[in-house]
Write a protein that binds this ligand. Structure first.
Ligand code: T46
Length: 133
């Protein structure tokens, strides 16, 4: 349970770059769901939840944004995403908020589970309680 920053290997040259993402190779789970987020207003705050079991790879493939992650109920850590060569790997119960979206921000998310509303904790106090157990 927690999160880590993964540096992604890219292939290419001055003419362009390509980053492959492969289940159980450089992405450490079976990929069941892919979605992307774009067109978010700069000052809007997305997220404000944690997941009980979900594993995710989060990549800002265009532009930039800021993630605030709390993995241990000791405070939110800022991770700025501004390159398609960096992924945040999140496993399990980590509170996330993200904001400060550039106009061209596109966030790609790979997940190991289908969308399941029962996997969400949407109340920060409840998240803190869960982390104490
Ligand atoms: C996360 C961050 C990075 C679906 O119908 N299917 C889906 O797979 C998802 C993720 C969302 N939705 C619907 C549910 C809401 O009506 O799309 C709407 C927006 O979802 P939400 O408010 O949960 O979006 P974010 O950006 O706050 O959070 C999402 C993920 O939910 C979350 O798991 O880690 O992206």
């Amino acid at each position: 349970m927690g999160f880590e920053i993964i540096e992604l290997k890219s292939f290419g040259d001055k003419n362009g770059s390509l980053v492959p993402l492969e289940a159980n190779r450089n992405v450490p789970f079976d990929i069941k769901r892919v979605y992307y987020i774009f067109g978010t207003k700069s000052d809007f705050v997305r997220g404000k939840h944690s997941h009980l079991k979900l594993k995710q790879y989060i990549i800002c493939v265009s532009g930039s944004c800021d993630f605030y992650l709390d993995a241990d109920a000791k405070g939110k850590k800022l991770i700025s995403l501004n390159t398609p060569l960096k992924a945040i790997y999140i496993e399990g119960n980590v509170w996330r908020e993200f904001s400060n979206f550039s106009k061209d921000c596109v966030i790609l998310v790979l997940a190991n589970q289908y969308y399941d509303v029962s996997d969400y904790i949407r109340n920060y106090e409840e998240f803190l309680e869960c982390r104490k157990i």
